[in-house]
Ligand binder design. Structure first.
Ligand SMILES: Nc1ncnc2c1ncn2[C@@H]1O[C@H](COP(=O)(O)OP(=O)(O)OP(=O)(O)O)[C@@H](O)[C@H]1O
Length: 601
């Protein structure tokens, strides 16, 4: 059976190898151009589809690769391959420069920044002397390869085919391992990805870097194939053609990008005498795809399958939640240290003081409850502690270090993890992939390993999958591993989010209303999970409106009202505190179950 899985691949490989035998010289030229566009589309797919970063500069990367090769070979007298390497380095350098705004600017503004670059590039090559102005640069030498005459387009095809295969396999390797997973997580929800330790700014830059590498490779291949470069090949019209390829083929699938490149290139060929009709046609098709098939052609088989099973009334998943298996408990430490200290914290939203001179300390091994009426500042406190909001005044210390204003990903890497009031699971990733993103502690700047030490990347990936299976098992989620979280009942999604936050390996876990929307039995299970997590050595702070849960679970409770701490102490103490009764509990005091003397540890 295993061999059969590779049969279609083997067939495609044989067909690709034999293709030139059935083609005339014009057709092989078209195929060679298609392969170059496929390389460019994969790069754009990695940046925009996988990483979610709007990139309208792909055509400029393409142009830089081609022009640099042309200039270095014809003006500086370098050989083709040396020029190719230098051209690639130049494209990557520009990619890093373009990626710099990505460190600060949001994705949609990047569209404008990158469009500006693409326009500036076309303008420059059209007017500069070194680029040959509107006439471009001709007489680029044929790339030399011992024993192979690359002036023959038939043989050039094989060079392109090899390069295309390498870059496609590399792209798939990126997508299916840690870097790609993190990029997809960032595309889905940059805030949640950051809170799990993904260095979002570096990741965005990496997305541009990848796009520039593919753009550079495409440019070098183009210079070697056509041996002539001119501004019109790198026009905005071609940028939109590339975008069309990626959108129509399927943004989130590299194979889809290749299918889009082949399809749209053939359509362009068919309409070569009617460019205006073709442009309008691409635009219309892109709009139709975005509206009716947002996952593009590559997503169609999946959509048809799920439509078919819905039509046949097939039942949903038969997967079942299994019981949580508690963590081995650590012995209680006598010398518990302070984990979190918040001093005189204020957060002002224009006229509104959400936090007002709030101070708080939490000690190792605690389950601290934070309660208070709606709008009392609980979530704002979490957002400031976890780095999502900058405080107006005050200081946050985590494990003895001042971490005020630190980026969420730095705090996550230092051992702070959180869940969100409104679940923020990565919807386009499976349950297992959600956990994998949290488990992966490798630094994005170490992505050079993808090129220089791919085996170590694969080994690490296998190790992460083993760890993810353990987490799935512990939380009874194994049967949901391959499903998208949104397809699961709310209670299971909540459990996945907690499992994910704990998988990030925190020493402090912030849970924001984890019982919201859960039924009685689910709340009981949640209580068991939180207690076991704490017993495994993780300090927990929990915001909750479910007073029964808070009273039974927390040793200490901090009560907020109007952004201030109005009471703090054991459950019995706060439940009878007059300020609390007045501000919050009031009539509902009768609903509170009897307080456990000493919440069990
Ligand atoms: N990003 C924001 N911009 C403006 N105002 C905000 C923002 N975030 C929170 N607030 C305001 O700050 C106050 C405190 O909100 P917060 O969400 O922290 O309260 P909460 O105690 O968590 O409430 P709930 O129990 O309803 O979740 C509210 O008045 C809220 O409207």
């Amino acid at each position: 059976m295993r061999q059969l899985r590779f049969a279609p691949l083997a067939l495609i490989a044989v067909a690709a190898w034999l293709l030139p035998y059935g083609l005339d010289s014009y057709a092989i030229h078209v195929v060679n151009v298609i392969l170059i566009f496929a390389v460019l589309a994969i790069g754009l797919g990695l940046c925009m589809g996988v990483g979610g970063q709007v990139n309208l500069a792909q055509v400029a990367f393409f142009g830089i690769g081609a022009y640099a090769t042309a200039i270095l070979t014809t003006r500086s007298g370098y050989g083709f391959w040396i020029s190719a390497v230098l051209a690639l380095a130049a494209t990557v350098a520009i990619g890093l420069v373009i990626g710099t705004p990505a460190l600060r600017v949001q994705s949609h503004y990047l569209g404008i920044v990158t469009l500006g670059l693409a326009l500036a590039f076309t303008n420059w090559v059209t007017n500069a002397e070194i680029t040959g102005g509107a006439e471009g640069i001709s007489a680029i030498p044929v790339p030399t390869l011992p024993g192979v005459d690359l002036s023959s387009e038939y043989l050039y095809y094989y060079l392109e085919l090899i390069v295309f295969t390498v870059v496609l396999v590399f792209g798939l390797f990126v997508v299916r391992t840690g870097l790609g997973r993190r990029m997809r997580a960032m595309r889905d929800d940059a805030l949640a990805a950051g809170a799990l330790g993904a260095e979002v700014p570096v990741l965005r830059m990496t997305a541009f870097l990848l796009a520039s590498i593919y753009g550079g490779v495409g440019g070098v291949l183009y210079a070697g194939l056509i041996r002539y470069v001119a501004p019109e090949s790198f026009s905005i019209a071609n940028m939109f053609l590339l975008l069309g390829m990626v959108i129509i083929g399927g943004r989130q699938s590299l194979i889809g990008c290749v299918v889009g490149a082949i399809g749209l290139s053939l359509v362009r060929e068919a309409f070569v005498d009617h460019p205006t009709v073709a442009q309008i046609g691409y635009g219309a098709v892109v709009v139709l795809v975005v509206v009716f098939a947002p996952t593009g052609l590559a997503g169609l088989p999946g959509r048809i399958r799920s439509w078919w099973s819905r039509r046949r009334g097939q039942p949903g998943t038969a997967a079942r939640l299994q019981p949580f298996q508690p963590y081995p408990a650590l012995a209680e430490r006598a010398d518990a240290e302070e984990v979190l200290r918040v001093t005189a914290l204020s957060k002002q939203f224009r006229g509104l003081k959400a936090l007002d001179d709030l101070s708080l300390t939490v000690t190792e091994g605690e389950i601290r409850g934070i309660v208070g009426p709606n709008g009392s500042g609980k979530t704002t406190l979490f957002n400031v502690i976890s780095g999502l909001y900058r405080p107006t005044r005050g200081r946050v210390e985590f494990r003895g270090r001042d971490v005020t204003n630190q980026a969420p990903y730095r705090l996550a890497r230092a051992g702070m993890s959180r869940t969100f009031q409104n679940l923020r699971l990565f919807g386009d990733l499976t349950v297992e992939e959600n956990l994998l993103v949290a488990l992966d502690r490798s630094a994005t700047v170490d992505s050079w390993r993808y090129v220089l030490r791919p085996i170590s990347v694969l080994r690490r990936n296998r190790d992460l999958h083993r760890q993810a299976r353990e987490v799935l098992d512990r939380y009874g989620l194994t049967e949901f591993a391959g499903l998208p979280p949104k397809s699961l009942p709310y209670g299971i999604q909540r459990r996945v989010e907690i499992a994910r936050a704990v998988a990030a390996g925190p020493s402090l876990l912030l849970l924001d209303e984890p019982a919201a929307g859960l039924n009685g039995e689910e709340v009981r299970q949640l209580s068991e999970i939180v207690r076991s997590v704490r017993d495994s050595g993780i300090t927990v702070i929990i915001i909750e409106h479910n007073m029964g849960l808070v009273m039974s679970l927390c040793e200490r409770i901090t009560v907020l009202a109007g952004g201030r701490v109005i009471a703090e102490g054991g459950p019995a103490e706060v439940a009878t505190h007059p300020a609390v009764i007045e501000a919050y509990l009031g009539d509902s005091m009768d609903d509170i179950p009897p307080v456990a003397e000493e919440a069990s540890r």
